[in-house]
Write a protein that binds this ligand. Structure first.
Ligand SMILES: Cc1cc2nc3c(=O)[nH]c(=O)nc-3n(C[C@H](O)[C@H](O)[C@H](O)COP(=O)(O)O)c2cc1C
Length: 407
C-alpha cells in the first residue's frame, strides 16, 4: 500500500490539478460586516486555514439574495462592486498556492425569521423547528429563473474575484435540496413531481454556471445521500440524481446528508452513532460505495473522518478521491500539515453536549461558530467553553447581526 495517498495530486476533469486529497469542507463564517462584505477577519481566518496545506479550502455558504441568508454574517456575491474586497479574501486562501472555492447557496425555507418571515421555497411546507422559521411563499416561475440567474451571477463574481473554483450547495435542506425532496417540493409543474422534474433546477444551474465560467474552472456539487426523514429525499433518489449528474460537467461531487430537521451532517459524531458507521469512521462511506458503482465523477465524502489510516485506506482502495473534513480544521488546525504527511495518526474528535437533548444541536453549532469567530480575530482555539452558553450564542448572534444588517 502506498504509505501516503493523502499527499498525492489529483487532476479534475476540467484539467485543474489539486495538490493533495484533503479538503476543508464548507463552514459558515458568520463574520461579514453590516454591508454583507468580507472583512479583515476573513483574510486572517483563511490565511490560517491556508497554512494547513489542504488541497482545497471551500468557503462557508455565500449568498446572492440578501433576503435569504443561511446565517447572519454571510457574504454577498450579487454585486460586482464587491470584487476588490472579495479579491483580498481569495488571495488569503491562496497564500500557499492552494485552492479556495466558494460555496454558493440560497437558504429557501431555512432562512430564519429574523431575516425573512416569509422566505421563498418550492412549496408551502414550513420547517418544523422551534418557531424560528416562517411560512414559506411558493416560488413563481419568474422567481425560479431569478434563482438560476443569481447562481450564475455569483459564479461570475467568484471567478472574477480570483477564487479558483465553486461549489453549488444542493444539500442540507437549503433551496436546491428543498427542490429535490418530495417532502418539501409538492409542485405540480415542470419543477416538481418526478425526480427528473425535482432535479431540473439543479441541472439548469450547473449548465448555465458552466457556460458562464468556462470549461477549465472547477465546479463542485454538494448533495445529500438522503435527508434522513420519512418521505424525504431518499438514497435511491440521490443515486438517481447522481446518474443525471453523470451527463453534466461536474468536477467534484461532495456527499453529505441531513437538513435542519435532522442535522445528520454534524450530529453523528457521538457515542450513540450506529456500529456500522463507527466501524467505517466516516458517516456516508456505505453510500459512497454505491455511488462509485454508477458514477465516474470525482468523489468526496464529508463527515467523521479523523484518522490518517482510515483516510489513507479509502483513497488507496479507490472508494473516494477526496476526504472532506470540517471541525478538525477548527480544533486541530495546527496538526493538519503533519496529518497530511502521515505524522499525526488521529485528529481528536470533540463532542459538545449540554445534557439537554433539545439544546445539543445549538451547542455543537455554537461551539464551532465561536471558535471560527475567535480565529478571525487572531485569537487561538479555546477548548473549554460552556455548552449552554454556546447554544445561546447561536440564536443571539442571528438576532443581533440581523438588526445591524443593511437591506
Ligand atoms: C460551524 C460549522 C459550520 C458549517 N457550515 C457549513 C456550510 O456553510 N456549508 C456546508 O455545506 N456545510 C457546513 N457545515 C457542515 C460541514 O461542512 C461538515 O459537513 C460537517 O462539519 C461534518 O464534517 P466533520 O465531521 O469533518 O466536521 C458546517 C459545520 C460546522 C461545524
Amino acid at each position: 500500500m502506498n504509505p501516503n495517498n493523502i499527499n498525492t495530486e489529483f487532476t479534475l476533469p476540467c484539467g485543474t490539478v489539486i495538490k493533495n486529497r484533503l479538503v476543508k469542507a464548507a463552514m459558515t463564517e458568520r463574520i461579514s460586516n453590516p454591508n454583507y462584505e468580507p472583512t479583515e477577519g476573513h483574510e486572517l481566518l483563511y490565511k490560517q486555514w491556508a497554512k494547513t496545506g489542504a488541497g482545497i479550502l471551500i468557503t462557508g455558504n455565500v449568498i446572492f439574495d440578501k433576503l435569504h441568508t443561511e446565517s447572519a454574517g454571510n457574504v454577498y456575491f450579487g454585486d460586482e462592486t464587491m470584487i476588490p474586497k472579495l479579491k483580498k479574501w481569495a488571495d488569503a486562501g491562496k497564500t500557499l498556492g492552494h485552492h479556495i472555492w466558494v460555496q454558493i447557496s440560497h437558504a429557501g425555507r431555512q432562512t430564519n425569521r429574523f431575516n425573512n418571515r416569509h422566505p421563498l421555497a418550492p412549496s408551502h411546507v414550513k420547517l418544523k423547528k422551534t418557531g424560528l422559521f416562517g411560512k414559506p411563499k411558493v416560488m413563481t416561475e419568474d422567481d425560479i429563473h431569478q434563482i438560476i440567474d443569481g447562481f450564475v451571477k455569483a459564479a461570475r463574481i467568484t471567478k472574477k474575484a480570483g477564487f479558483t473554483g465553486l461549489q453549488i450547495h444542493s444539500a442540507h435542506g437549503y433551496l436546491l435540496s428543498q427542490f429535490l425532496s418530495p417532502k418539501t417540493n409538492t409542485r405540480k409543474d415542470q419543477w416538481g413531481g418526478s425526480i427528473e422534474n425535482r432535479s431540473r433546477l439543479l441541472l439548469q444551474i450547473i449548465r448555465k454556471v458552466r457556460k458562464e465560467v468556462g470549461d477549465d474552472f472547477p465546479i463542485s456539487v454538494k448533495l445529500n445521500s438522503s435527508d434522513f426523514q420519512k418521505g424525504g429525499f431518499s438514497e435511491d433518489e440521490s443515486l438517481a440524481v447522481i446518474n443525471m449528474l453523470n451527463s453534466e460537467s461536474v468536477d467534484l461531487l461532495e456527499i453529505s446528508g441531513g437538513t435542519y430537521e435532522n442535522v445528520a451532517f454534524f450530529m453523528m459524531n457521538d457515542e450513540k452513532t450506529r456500529e456500522s458507521t463507527k466501524r467505517r469512521e466516516a458517516y456516508f462511506m456505505d453510500f459512497a460505495n454505491k455511488v462509485r458503482k454508477l458514477s465516474q465523477i470525482p468523489l468526496m465524502i464529508t463527515g467523521g473522518f479523523r484518522s490518517f489510516d482510515f483516510c489513507n485506506e479509502v483513497l488507496e482502495k479507490g472508494e473516494l478521491d477526496f476526504i472532506g473534513m470540517g471541525r478538525p480544521f477548527i480544533t486541530n488546525q495546527s496538526q493538519i500539515p503533519e496529518f497530511i504527511e502521515g505524522r499525526i495518526p488521529v485528529l481528536e474528535n470533540m463532542v459538545i453536549r449540554t445534557g439537554f437533548k433539545s439544546l445539543d444541536e445549538a451547542a455543537e453549532g455554537g461551539y464551532y461558530a465561536i471558535q471560527i469567530i475567535r480565529t478571525s480575530k487572531g485569537k487561538g482555539f479555546k477548548p473549554k467553553l460552556n455548552p449552554l452558553r454556546c447554544a445561546a450564542f447561536l440564536v443571539s448572534h442571528e438576532f443581533r447581526k440581523s438588526l445591524s444588517k443593511k437591506k
